[in-house]
Design a protein around this ligand. Structure first.
Ligand code: FES
Length: 471
């Protein structure tokens, strides 16, 4: 008979110092920039098709959808990032509806990846996703995107992870990632929910906390529905609660994700308990400016390195894949003379392909204003600035300067354009440009084919010439 070991008989594992992501060594290798660039390449938002291979119901009206890329490639991302998914909510022959969802799986298992979607019965997309996405469903995705993620290497690796409701999704990816890696870490998770039965992933979190001494997980219930036998914390986030779960909060990197009100409260309280601004990372969709700028710089650097040696990669990829049996038909990266398509498919700055001064009605078949459409010269003109934007549906001309962001100026003039993140990430402000040139500095919220179809994101674009816009 096997004698079970008692807990006290198990020694703590011997670990390396700090936490280091598996790709970190390759990225930091100065003498082999080609390898570094290959490792960085996947961080670029890429467009790819993915097949759902599993659905896992979770507590709290959430459902995890596990995917694998149709091209057989792994999905390289950082724990905390998200993907933008096109859902054919209105039918396969209609324009899909884009939504961004955090990845809940760990990048250390990149051959499949998961998003976890909370069903909001009043929403357009999430009920459709819960009803229709099944193993075998193929969806178009763009990603990974997002500056809210664990560092690639951290000698101290002391974290306080705050999550409320569906905000647990990127936090779960972080927890799974740290749990799957060796290295010293000290992780406190504080998870707020409104219903005792609604904490998604609670079984897995309990398991991880029971087998991995680096984790401590705390739950707190809102005041309204605390059952008698509830053993967790009670009430909303307070400074006292933070002190209770992490008396050393000011020595930790804090990652917080949840509704905006929760994040605002968290920001105030963290400052109150002495956590430095530079140690706080929040998943605001509008983006923490600082981390966003850092991310932009990081992507720009990756672009530079990738471009420098793109040809080399293309050549070696070509040699390699030419040597593979064609019947595999698995990972066939798109590449051409200019390098990998992944590396070149989503430039940060995209200019309109139309030649300056060309007539879009001639150059862009399918985008010409319909016969009998209004004449912009009869519209009222508002605002000041050296260029004119004509909004054909609204029936207004708006003056703008080349330094101003189009969305802001248009909204001020009363043009109705939906917008969420205002940072070029979510895609919700997408509109069609009928003529003129913009300079767009997006963060993955638009696909290359949409740009070729004349669409752009006014939140992160400036006008380079007069514009005619279908809005
Ligand atoms: S508002 Fe999100 S991309 Fe423009």
């Amino acid at each position: 008979m096997i004698e079970l070991l008692t807990e006290t008989a198990i020694q703590e594992p011997q670990r390396i110092r700090g936490l280091e992501m598996p790709w970190n060594r390759v990225m930091g290798s100065p003498e082999t920039p080609a390898r570094a660039a290959r490792a960085l390449g996947p961080w670029h938002p890429q467009e790819f098709m993915a097949e759902c291979v599993e659905t896992v119901p979770e507590a709290g009206a959430m459902m995890t959808f596990v995917f694998r890329r149709c091209d057989g490639a792994p999905l390289a991302f950082r724990a905390g990032q998200y993907v933008n998914v096109a859902f054919p909510v209105n039918g396969e022959d209609q324009e899909p509806v884009d939504r961004s969802y955090s990845l809940s799986s760990s990048p250390t298992q990149p051959w499949t990846f998961s998003i976890t979607v909370k069903c909001d019965p009043t929403g357009l997309v999430s009920p459709w996703v819960h009803e229709n996405v099944r193993p075998g469903t193929i969806l178009e995705m763009l990603g990974p995107v997002g500056a809210f993620h664990l560092p690639d290497a951290d000698r101290r690796a002391r974290y306080l992870l705050l999550a409320a409701g569906a905000g647990i999704t990127p936090v779960m990816s972080m927890v799974r990632t740290i749990h799957s890696l060796p290295g010293h870490a000290d992780v406190v998770v504080l998870y707020h929910g409104s219903d005792a039965g609604g904490f998604a992933f609670h079984r897995e979190l309990a398991y991880i906390a029971s087998v991995d001494s680096r984790f401590k997980v705390h739950y707190s219930l809102g005041d309204r529905s605390v059952p008698e036998r509830w053993e967790g914390l009670r009430g909303r986030l307070t400074a006292a609660m933070l002190e209770e779960v992490a008396p050393d909060a000011n020595g930790r990197q804090v990652y917080a994700c949840g509704p905006e009100g929760y994040l605002n409260t968290a920001t105030e309280l963290l400052q109150k308990v002495g956590v430095d601004d530079t140690s706080i990372y929040m998943e605001f969709f509008s983006g923490d400016r600082q981390t966003l700028l850092e991310y932009q710089a990081e992507v720009a650097l990756a672009t530079d390195i990738a471009e420098e040696i793109a040809e080399e990669i293309a050549d070696s990829a070509e040699d390699y894949f030419e040597g593979q049996p064609a019947a595999f038909g698995l990972y066939e990266p798109g590449y051409d003379a200019d390098g990998t398509l992944e590396a070149s498919g989503l430039p940060l700055e995209i200019s309109d392909p139309e030649a300056p001064g060309s007539d879009p009605a001639v150059d862009s078949p399918g985008m010409e204003p319909e016969a009998g459409s209004p004449d912009a010269s009869s519209f009222d003109t508002v605002g000041t600035g050296s260029l004119t934007m004509s909004f054909m549906r609204t029936g207004i001309n708006v003056r703008i300067d080349p330094t101003e962001h189009i969305l802001e100026v248009a909204q001020r003039a009363g043009v109705r354009i939906g917008a969420n993140c205002k940072e070029g990430m979510c895609g919700s402000c997408k509109v069609v440009k009928l003529s003129g040139e913009v300079e767009m500095n997006h963060q993955g919220g638009i696909r290359a084919r949409e740009i070729s179809a004349g669409k752009f994101l006014p939140c992160c674009s400036t006008a380079q010439t007069d514009l005619v816009i279908d809005a």
